[in-house]
Write a protein that binds this ligand. Structure first.
Ligand SMILES: [Zn+2]
Length: 234
C-alpha cells in the first residue's frame, strides 16, 4: 500500500505524506502531515499558558532561563550533527530569502558593527598584502576569496555555507573574469540583495549572486533589488 486516506481532510495521499509512527501497522499516522501541522498550530495557539509553564519547568530543570537553555540545546545539537543543521538552514534560506535578508540586517545593526570594526583593524594589514601578491595569478579565484572574506566580516557568509557552496561562489567569479577577458567589457559578480543594503541585507551565497556588466553594478550600489528595477525601467 503506497497511499492512504487522511482521517481529517479525507484526501487520498502518498504514504510519505503522513508523519511516521512506529506503533501503527503501516508505520504512519492517520492524519496527513499538513493536517498534523495545522492541528499542532491550532493547539499551540489555544494553549500558550500551558506551553509557557512547560518551557519554564524544563529550563529550570536544565538550570537557566528558557532562551539560554534553548541556545545551549541548539549548540550541542549542532556540534553532534553539523551537516544536518547546515542542510536545514540551506533549505530554510532558499525558502525564506526575504526574511533572512531582514534578520541579518537586524543582527548586524545590533551586534555586528562594533565586532567587525575591531576585527577589521586587526586584520587589514595582512589581508591587503596577501591580496596584492595573489591577485595576478588567478583574478577570478582571488576576487572570490576577497569577497568571501569581506562577506564574512559583515556576517553575510552563514554557517551552512560549506565546500559545495564555496565552489559554486568561486565559479561565479571565474565566469565573470573569463567574460571580462573575452568580451573586453568588465563584468562583476553582484549580490541580488546587497550585503549592506539600506532596508535589507543579502547573504554571500550562490542563490544571491548574479553576473552583470560592471556599469550596472556600479549604478546599483547598495539599493534594494526592487528599487533597482524601478530605477532601471524609468
Ligand atoms: Zn489531511
Amino acid at each position: 500500500m503506497t497511499e492512504k486516506t487522511c482521517t481529517k481532510c479525507s484526501g487520498l495521499k502518498a504514504l510519505s505524506d503522513f508523519p511516521k509512527r512506529k506503533s501503527s501497522a503501516d508505520g504512519r499516522r492517520n492524519e496527513c502531515t499538513a493536517c498534523t501541522r495545522a492541528s499542532k498550530l491550532e493547539w499551540d495557539s489555544q494553549n500558550r499558558d500551558k506551553i509557557r509553564t512547560y518551557h519554564i519547568r524544563w529550563s529550570t530543570r536544565e538550570g537557566g532561563n528558557y532562551k539560554e537553555v534553548v541556545r545551549r540545546a541548539n549548540k550541542s545539537s549542532y556540534q553532534r550533527n553539523p551537516e544536518m543543521h547546515k542542510e536545514y538552514y540551506r533549505i530554510w534560506y532558499r525558502n525564506n530569502k526575504d526574511k533572512a535578508a531582514i534578520a541579518s540586517k537586524e543582527w548586524r545593526e545590533r551586534i555586528g558593527r562594533e565586532y567587525f570594526r575591531t576585527k577589521r583593524a586587526e586584520n587589514s594589514e595582512n589581508i591587503n598584502a596577501r591580496n596584492r601578491l595573489n591577485y595576478k595569478a588567478d583574478p577570478g579565484k582571488n576576487q572570490a576569496k576577497t569577497r568571501a572574506y569581506q562577506a564574512k566580516k559583515s556576517q553575510a557568509l552563514p554557517l551552512w555555507v560549506g565546500d559545495v557552496e564555496l565552489d559554486k561562489i568561486k565559479e561565479f567569479y571565474r565566469i565573470a573574469a573569463v567574460l571580462s577577458k573575452v568580451t573586453g567589457m568588465r563584468y562583476h559578480v553582484d549580490h541580488y540583495y546587497p550585503l549592506n543594503g539600506t532596508t535589507v541585507s543579502g547573504l554571500h551565497v550562490p542563490e544571491n549572486l548574479q553576473i552583470i556588466p560592471a556599469a550596472t553594478n556600479l549604478s546599483k550600489r547598495n539599493k534594494h533589488p526592487d528599487d533597482f528595477e524601478v530605477l532601471e525601467n524609468t
